[in-house]
Design a protein around this ligand. Structure first.
Ligand SMILES: NC(=O)c1ccc[n+]([C@@H]2O[C@H](COP(=O)([O-])OP(=O)(O)OC[C@H]3O[C@@H](n4cnc5c(N)ncnc54)[C@H](O)[C@@H]3O)[C@@H](O)[C@H]2O)c1
Length: 255
């Protein structure tokens, strides 16, 4: 247990499993009251229960972050339980892996809703309370895919490019109201999302074998390694860091 988020009230979207789950646990272990907003209610509840069992404070809220009414209800419930959020981790997201020419309009719209509109809805719902509370830190999950293209991921990379710019633009518009906003940009990470991505790319003939991953980023990342980067950006240790993109990719995008 540490105190790097002591006194903070955090909302973590997609906070049930993977990197979001690791962040929910880490933020709570560092003293934050955590509200997990996730479409997988059972996994969110299990994560919150584990946090409480470890002595932390956590609440599970079931919501699809692409749905305005569900987001509004979840943020209102989080505020009612813990007070206004001073940390928001916009992490929820998913992936569609397909040849571009087979990608449907429905898939295009749905992934933009889940990966991008979700950040608009969550941030818009949280910001008034955060500003009234004197400010806070927003961390958005972007990706190496915001700047490095992978075949079969035109749609996914486009959504992550939008997340990349969303973080920067929020930072600029709200700087003078005490809000910092940054993005974490992970490489390939050992989560349900990351492992499915590797398997589906391999099936479609894209080489993301262990050897290829080793060449690009040494090895697959662990979710906790990304959660620690999000913790830093969320914490007051990053007090003069806003509008930046923190790549957690062990050189994937450096070469
Ligand atoms: N795993 C990787 O290799 C990798 C790399 C870069 C970026 N990312 C990003 O990480 C996020 C995926 O998370 P993860 O890799 O930790 O995997 P994950 O699949 O374990 O976690 C995603 C979480 O988001 C939740 N979620 C999905 N859709 C939702 C919705 N509509 N509403 C609410 N919650 C929803 C899931 O239930 C899950 O708990 C995405 O934003 C993705 O772009 C992943």
């Amino acid at each position: 247990m540490g105190d790097r988020l002591k006194g903070k009230v955090a909302i973590v979207s997609g906070g049930a499993t993977g990197m979001g789950g690791a962040a929910s646990s880490l933020f709570a272990a560092e003293g934050a009251k955590v509200a997990i907003v996730d479409v997988n209610g059972a996994a969110a509840e299990a994560r919150a229960a584990a946090i409480r069992a470890a002595g932390g404070t956590a609440l599970a809220l079931t919501a699809d972050v692409s749905d305005a009414a569900e987001v509004a209800a979840a943020v209102a419930a989080a505020e009612a339980a813990h007070g206004p959020a001073t940390v928001l981790f916009n992490h929820a997201g998913t992936i569609v892996i397909k040849p571009f020419l087979e990608t449907t309009e429905e898939e295009w719209d749905r992934l933009h809703d889940v990966n991008v509109k979700s950040m608009f809805l969550m941030t818009k719902a949280v910001l008034p309370g955060m500003i009234a509370a004197g400010g806070g830190s927003i961390v958005c999950t972007s990706s190496i895919s915001a700047v490095a293209a992978t075949p079969m991921e035109v749609l996914y990379g486009t959504t992550k490019g939008a997340c990349h710019m969303f973080a920067r633009a929020i930072a600029v518009e709200f700087r003078d109201r005490g809000i910092r906003c940054n993005a974490v940009c992970p490489g390939f990470v050992r989560t349900p999302h990351g492992l499915r991505e590797v398997a589906e790319l391999q099936r479609l003939g894209v080489d993301v074998s262990e050897a290829a991953l080793a060449a690009q980023q040494g090895r697959i990342a662990e979710p906790e390694e990304v959660a620690r980067a999000a913790l830093f950006l969320a914490s007051d240790e990053a007090s003069f860091i806003s509008g930046t993109h923190l790549f957690v990719d062990n050189t994937f995008t450096a070469v």
